[in-house]
Design a protein around this ligand. Structure first.
Ligand code: ATP
Ligand code: MG
Length: 427
């Protein structure tokens, strides 16, 4: 179908921020075509407030960049332009057309530049993933342009790929995760052929690019629908491929996902590495018990952290910064539980104190730790430094005695060459 169906007056234009409208008009004023596309049109039609706005235009990226002072050319795969506005970044991409490179699986592709073939709207819609994501909104004429029967799917709340789902997943296996993301965040159901193709997609998932996959996972788990997404990953039997040795029944994992969703609603910062800390906490604890090791420093702890996360970091890219986050968060758990008096001020000053405290609070929620432990730290944080010292002084003698009686436990092997075999957990 290359003549679009046109639908007038469906979109409430007051829902489109003024800055976005201005960008579209500026492109039109310079004789370029420009339309809204993708998630924002879909969400407006579904009566959901869009989280961001994507514009598509006939202007090439450098032509777009020349028009806007705050423009930045970005993109590893496709060159697009980001324009900073009062509502955040607006993404402007140029109409693309089919290129052989785009249909070759990413791991086999040699020439990334060949991906950036420009075309017109009739070329562009075919490259989009789902029919409900391929609706274009013409702001000037207040018209939705539909080349793929996407409006019908909006009406029946159906997620359907443009073309054969299996083929579209083979072209780009990240679309499988996009499908699960939309299933989790939108009031829609998967079209049966699409659901079937997801089932068959497991071998394709070997081809996911590690760093792009991490971006996918952030979108999937940190956009306010993490709990539902994790559940759906499990239902499609993809969860254990992405997060080996995780469990969708683990109370701490569930609590962390629910807490993350709540934080997103409140605009509080969220991090994938915090979820990793929750997801693999049990495994980390079991590792220490099984191997009878007690790490006494961050460095010793890091050896274990790296081993516990090793399988997962083979799947998606976990940077050293992320590992350090998890390491610091785990290391401080025993400190928070035991509160050795001499270490209290040091603990409070640690970079990962806040994350460790948050994880501790979730462990309390899961009845793994007593409520009074987290209450003690809540109180401690809120005291003036002199009051903190006074409180520590009241603890000192008791703790000292206890420590003297303690039997010496094995520290973690000092050299990273001395590896500890993982002997726990099931996938
Ligand atoms: P969200 O509201 O979560 O941002 P979105 O659909 O806008 O959802 P984006 O990642 O912002 O998702 O992508 C914008 C649009 O670009 C999509 O709606 C779709 O038309 C197209 N698109 C993005 N990724 C792909 C892909 N892997 N294959 C085909 N089309 C894609
Ligand atoms: Mg979008």
């Amino acid at each position: 179908m290359s003549r679009p169906k046109r639908y007038k007056n469906l979109i409430d234009r007051t829902q489109i921020p003024k800055d976005v409208q201005k960008i579209v008009h500026q492109l039109l004023d310079h004789n370029f075509d420009a339309k809204l596309v993708g998630g924002c049109v879909r969400d407006l039609l579904l009566d959901i407030s869009p989280k961001d706005f994507d514009i598509v235009t006939s202007a090439k990226p450098d032509q777009v960049a020349a028009l806007f002072r705050s423009a930045r050319l970005i993109g590893r795969r496709f060159r697009i332009v980001h324009v900073q506005t009062s509502i955040g970044v607006v993404e402007i991409s140029t109409y693309r057309r089919f290129s052989k490179a785009a249909s070759i699986a990413p791991h086999r592709r040699k020439d990334r530049e060949a991906l950036n073939k420009y075309g017109n709207i009739r070329d562009d819609y075919r490259l989009r993933d789902f029919t409900i994501n391929a609706l274009y909104y013409d702001l000037k004429n207040d018209e939705v342009l539909d080349f793929t029967n996407g409006m019908q799917d909006i009406k029946t709340r159906t997620l359907r790929t443009i073309g054969n789902p299996q083929k579209r997943f083979e072209e780009d296996c990240h679309r499988v995760l996009r499908a699960i993301r939309f299933q989790s965040k939108l009031p829609i159901k998967l079209e049966p052929q699409l659901a079937n193709a997801i089932k068959k997609s497991k071998p394709l998932l070997q081809n996911l690019e590690r760093s792009r996959l991490r971006d996918d996972l952030r979108k999937l788990l940190l956009s306010g629908h993490g709990r539902e997404s994790f559940k759906n990953l499990a239902i499609h039997q993809i969860r254990s491929l992405l997060f080996p040795y995780s469990s969708d029944q683990d109370p701490l994992t569930i609590a962390a996902l629910e807490n993350t969703d709540r934080r997103v609603q409140c605009d509080e910062p969220v991090r994938l590495e915090f979820l990793l800390a929750a997801m693999y906490w049990k495994r980390f604890s079991e590792f220490k018990t099984t191997n009878k090791v007690v790490p006494h420093s961050l460095e010793e702890n890091r050896l274990i952290t790296r081993q516990v996360l090793a399988n997962t970091s083979n799947v998606f890219k976990i940077t050293n910064v992320m590992i350090e986050f998890v390491n610091g968060t785990w290391f401080l758990q025993s400190r928070l539980e035991e509160s050795p008096p001499k270490k209290i001020m040091d603990t409070l000053a640690r970079k990962r104190f806040r994350a460790a405290y948050d994880l501790l609070a979730l462990r309390v929620e899961c009845e793994e730790v007593e409520q009074n432990v987290v209450d003690w730290w809540t109180n401690m944080q809120n005291l003036e430094p002199t009051e903190q010292q006074l409180l520590i002084a009241t603890l000192e003698p008791k703790k000292r005695k206890r420590r003297r009686r303690k039997k010496k436990q094995n520290p973690v092997p000092r050299s990273s060459n001395e590896t500890i075999r993982l002997t726990i957990g099931t996938n």
